[in-house]
Structure formats: structure tokens, C-alpha cells
Design a protein around this ligand. Structure first.
Ligand code: PEP
Ligand code: MG
Length: 567
């Protein structure tokens, strides 16, 4: 089995198409006919622009307007007078068109790469894409074209550039495997937008996978199985079919309100990691964002994103969600989330160390950059601030004090923001659970982070396989903790949500309804299924079940009982 980054959910089964990029080497010989070389360059440029426009048009339909804009941007960049002049001057000095294009593109991508602004640095990848297209045209080679693949193809490629993605026919490509890229890379974002299962950053995938290999791409787990035997293949196919059938059946819940069996409204929102995922969330009918893990912005950068870069990202989500609530969690660094340039010192036990809100309060200057960006974005939608890993009242008070300082600064500058922005606490530590009533008095909402709450309550590192048997939300200790947090929030009349994975657990949903959870925040593909299960439970039935469950003594008993009543 091969493993990589689980970048786009689902199981895809098909035959590997190993896409090898064309050899674009050329001979850099001197030329003495600049006219002819200029004409070759102009023709290559015209062909490139025509082909790119076709791709952009196709992409607008298959992927989305925003992604199509990336392609249209390539045309503008390639035809930029400055770029054309750089190529032309080189041709006039005696270079062949290939070398002139190559050197000019190299110069521009180097220029972009050295820029301060992260968004500008990303343009370097676009220039490299243009270089590839122009050189291929000049050399009469085909760039990788993914538009005419056989049905059930799994694309295996070193890196998926935006222009290649544009050509993907999503009816024929059932999986994507790359050797580079993380969850927030272009390839990941577009794979998710296309809903094609994808596993990225698979080491030496091009060597390990052979053309025509049968591949099972599990984009949820980040695993690839090569050439499974007939029995295993049948098993995977069954799972994939069941997933597809169940998904199709859920469409009747699209556009519906999220209500319990007796008509009580619940809020059903999405967990996202990048601004682009907000599009996917909206398409899956999210009623807002319950958790934007802002640390992905920081993990994808090589230095602290500026206030403006952060503002643009938060504003994007706010605008996409219109007036729906958008909860943005402030930097949750440390533990399993490393951000090298922040210079965190190595600790014996990083999960218990200087992380999340602790790091942010010690580094208040850096934290204020994020808080200011969040406040500025709050002028464009219903943005709320959420603080991770809170263990005591002092922390939430200290954050609120910094928020007030930032508001004061913005007021003085005449910058708009929402004066009544809500500040909430992520409830993911046993300490927070024990003082939930005091925390409820200090903040505007709770969101229960079961992923960590389970770990810290059971003293289990969430990534440690040898103690994974203890990592279960069905442990009575965890259930009681969840129940008391919800009760404290309800008693104080603040909204209580859940953004840990447990919010989408079909077995747990009746208990959460009984406990009084107001908001369920789940991954986009889980939205409709969660809406369906919520609709199946009346409060009185959920209460009856919860009363029985809360008498049980072991996680196994709890799970077995829930499994016996929940479909
Ligand atoms: C959680 O801990 O439940 C949570 C949602 O946050 P993360 O998984 O990012 O730690
Ligand atoms: Mg957490």
C-alpha cells in the first residue's frame, strides 16, 4: 500500500494513466533571422492563447468561474507587453525563440518567487505553466492532455498544474495521485472542487505505479492499493458503490432546512481549511462555516502571512458565505501542527506544551496581526473569532483584551469592522469542560472540539496507534464531558456547537440532539447525511435513548447500544 496526503475524499477505482511530462530540451544555438524567430514566437503565443482560452471556457463549466479565471490570467500574463518585450529583445540579440522564451520566463518566475506577498509568489507557478505551454508549441510537442482519457482513469502525475487540471474530464477521471502538494495546494483544491478522490505527495509514485495498474485511491484515508486481488477488489468496489448510492439518495435533502424529527431547527455548518473550500461547502448546502482552521494559511507559507494576506483569505470566506455565520479559529499551532518559521522550541511533550492560544498570547504581536485581519473581515459578513485549546478563564479574557486593543486601533484608523463581533471558546480540554459555566459567562459561543477533547480526557495521543483503542468518543468520561459543556452553554443562553469529527458520527447524533447541541459543524461531504440523520430523531426518542446510554459503563456497551438503534 502507498500512502500520501488525503486531499480529496472518496474511493476511486480504475486503471493508472501515468502522465509523463514532455521532454522540452532544445539546442540553444545562435540565430541570424530575428524576423523568422519572432514569427515562430508569435505563432506559438497565438496557439497557446487560443488553447488556454478553450481550457478556461471548459473549466468555467466543469470546475467553476474562479478556477477558470486562473487560466484566463495565463493569457493576460503571456501577452503582457513587458513579457513580450523581454522575449523580443532576446530574439533580436540573436537567440532562438525557445531560448528567448525560456530565459524571459525564468526571469519573471524568479522575480515573482522573490516577492514579499505570498499571492504574488504563487504567480511564479503560473509563469512556469506558460513557459511549458510556449516551449511545447515551439518544439511541436504535446503538453499533458487529460481531456481524452478512457473511462475510470486514475491520473498519476508528478504535479498537477492548473492548466492540466483544466483539461480533466471528471466523468472519466476517478482518482488523482501526485508526487507533490499538500491539502491546500492547487491540485488539492481543484480535486476537491471536482470531487475526485485524490492522494497527494506520494513518494516516487511515478516509479512505483506502472501504466495500466489497477489502483484503489482512498482519498479520505490517503491510501492507495495497487493491483488488489479479485476478492479485495470486489470489496473495494462494493464500498465505492455503496458510497455512490448513498450519496445520490441524499440529494433529496438539498435545499431543505436542518430540523429534528419534531421540527426543531439545528444549524448545520462546514469545517474548512482554505478559503476555496468555502465554495465546496456552499455547494454542499452548508448553512455557514463552523470551523475555518486558519493554521493552513500559516502552514502553506514560508513566513508569517501579513495582515493583508490573512484579511483577503478571511474576507473571501465571509463574502462567499454571504450573511451566514463564519467561525474562524485563531492560529492552532503546535501539537501535531508544525509551522517551522514560527521557531517553536522542541518540547518533550508538544501536545501539552506551548501551543495554540498559549503560543498566541506569549507572541501577542503576531497574534494581533491575525486579530486585526479577522476584525477587518468582519465588516464583510458574520465573522466570529474562536480561540483554541482554552484551559482557563484568564486565557479568554486575555484574548478579548487584545481584541479590544485591535478594535481601538482600527477605530483610530477609521477602518470598518463589526463592533459586536462574537468571541467564542473551543471546548477541547478537560479543564475547559470542568469550568464550562465560568467560560460560558465570558464568551459568546462554544464549539466542542471532540478530536482533542477525547485525547486529553482519555490521556491518549490522537496519533498513537498503540493506544488507539482508548481513543473513542463513546467513553462514558467523554460523553459526560460533552453533556456538561452543552448544558453549561444552554444554561448561559450561548450557542453550543461541535466541530470535532464526532459531530458527523451517525451514532452520536441522537445523543447530541438530546443534550441540546445547537450547531453541527462537519466536513462538506458529510452535510446532507448529517441533515438526514438529524431529521430522523424526535427529541423525546433521543432523550429516552440518552438516558439509557448515560447509565452504561463502557465505550463498547455504548457503541453497541447505539449501533443497535441507529440505522
Ligand atoms: C478538535 O480538536 O476537535 C478540532 C476540531 O480541531 P483540530 O482537529 O484541528 O485539532
Ligand atoms: Mg483541536
Amino acid at each position: 500500500m502507498l500512502t500520501g496526503v488525503n486531499a480529496s475524499d472518496g474511493i476511486g477505482i480504475g486503471k493508472a494513466v501515468v502522465a509523463i511530462e514532455p521532454d522540452l530540451t532544445y539546442k540553444a544555438t545562435a540565430h541570424n533571422d530575428p524576423e523568422a524567430e519572432r514569427a515562430r514566437y508569435q505563432k506559438a503565443l497565438d496557439d497557446f492563447c487560443a488553447r488556454t482560452q478553450e481550457q478556461a471556457d471548459r473549466m468555467a463549466v466543469t470546475v467553476g468561474e474562479e478556477e477558470a479565471q486562473i487560466m484566463a490570467g495565463h493569457i493576460m500574463m503571456a501577452q503582457d507587453p513587458f513579457m513580450m518585450e523581454e522575449v523580443g529583445n532576446r530574439i533580436d540579440s540573436g537567440m532562438g525563440a525557445e531560448q528567448a522564451v525560456d530565459e524571459a520566463c525564468e526571469m519573471f518566475s524568479g522575480m515573482f518567487e522573490s516577492m514579499e506577498d505570498a499571492l504574488m509568489r504563487e504567480r511564479a507557478a503560473d509563469v512556469k505553466d506558460i513557459r511549458l505551454g510556449l516551449l511545447a508549441n515551439l518544439l511541436g510537442k504535446q503538453v499533458v492532455d487529460l481531456s481524452s482519457l478512457q473511462k475510470d482513469s486514475i491520473v498519476v502525475i508528478h504535479d498537477l498544474t492548473p492548466s492540466m487540471t483544466a483539461t480533466i474530464d471528471k466523468d472519466h477521471v476517478v482518482g488523482i495521485i501526485t508526487e507533490t502538494g499538500g491539502r491546500t495546494s492547487h491540485s488539492a483544491i481543484i480535486a476537491r472542487a471536482l470531487e475526485i478522490p485524490a492522494v497527494l505527495s506520494v513518494e516516487n509514485a511515478l516509479q512505483k505505479i506502472t501504466q495500466g495498474d489497477t489502483c484503489v485511491v482512498d482519498g479520505t484515508k490517503g491510501e492507495i492499493t495497487l493491483n488488489p486481488d479479485a476478492t479485495a477488489l470486489k470489496g473495494y468496489q462494493k464500498i465505492a458503490d455503496e458510497v455512490a448510492e448513498a450519496k445520490a439518495a441524499l440529494n433529496v435533502f438539498k435545499g431543505k432546512e436542518t430540523v429534528t424529527g419534531d421540527g426543531e431547527k439545528r444549524l448545520l455548518v462546514a469545517n474548512i481549511g482554505t478559503p476555496e473550500e468555502a465554495i465546496n461547502a456552499a455547494e454542499h448546502d452548508a448553512e455557514g462555516v463552523g470551523l475555518f482552521r486558519s493554521e493552513f494559511l500559516f502552514m502553506d507559507a514560508s513566513e508569517l502571512p501579513s495582515e493583508n494576506e490573512q484579511f483577503v483569505a478571511y474576507q473571501k470566506v465571509a463574502l462567499r458565505m454571504k450573511d451566514k455565520p463564519v467561525i474562524i479559529r485563531t492560529l492552532d499551532v503546535g501539537g501535531d501542527k508544525e509551522i517551522p518559521y514560527l521557531g517553536l522550541t522542541k518540547e518533550e511533550n508538544p501536545f501539552m506544551g506551548n501551543r495554540a492560544v498559549r503560543y498566541c498570547l506569549i507572541n501577542a504581536d503576531k497574534y494581533k496581526v491575525q486579530l486585526r485581519a479577522l476584525l477587518r473581515a468582519s465588516a464583510f459578513g458574520d465573522v466570529k473569532i474562536m480561540v483554541p485549546l482554552v484551559t482557563c478563564v484568564e486565557e479568554i479574557r486575555a484574548v478579548k483584551k487584545l481584541v479590544e486593543e485591535c478594535k481601538e486601533e482600527l477605530r483610530a484608523e477609521g477602518t470598518d469592522f463589526n463592533e459586536n463581533i462574537e468571541v467564542g471558546t473551543m471546548m477541547e480540554t478537560p479543564a475547559a469542560s470542568l469550568i464550562a459555566d465560568d467560560l460560558a459567562a465570558e464568551c459568546d459561543f462554544f464549539s466542542i472540539g471532540t478530536n482533542d477533547l477525547i485525547g486529553y480526557t482519555m490521556c491518549v495521543d490522537r496519533g498513537n496507534d498503540s493506544v488507539a483503542y482508548l481513543y473513542s468518543v463513546y467513553n462514558p468520561a467523554v460523553l459526560r464531558s460533552i453533556q456538561r459543556i452543552i448544558k453549561a452553554g444552554n444554561d448561559a443562553n450561548i450557542m453550543v456547537g461541535m466541530c470535532g469529527e464526532a459531530a458527523a458520527d451517525p451514532l452520536l447524533i441522537p445523543l447530541l440532539i438530546s443534550f441540546g447541541l445547537d450547531e453541527f459543524s462537519v466536513s462538506a461531504p458529510s452535510i446532507l447525511r448529517t441533515r438526514k440523520i438529524i431529521s430522523e430523531w424526535k427529541k423525546a426518542d433521543a432523550d429516552k435513548l440518552a438516558a439509557e446510554i448515560m447509565e452504561l459503563k463502557t465505550a463498547a456497551e455504548v457503541k453497541a447500544k447505539l449501533a443497535s438503534v441507529v440505522k
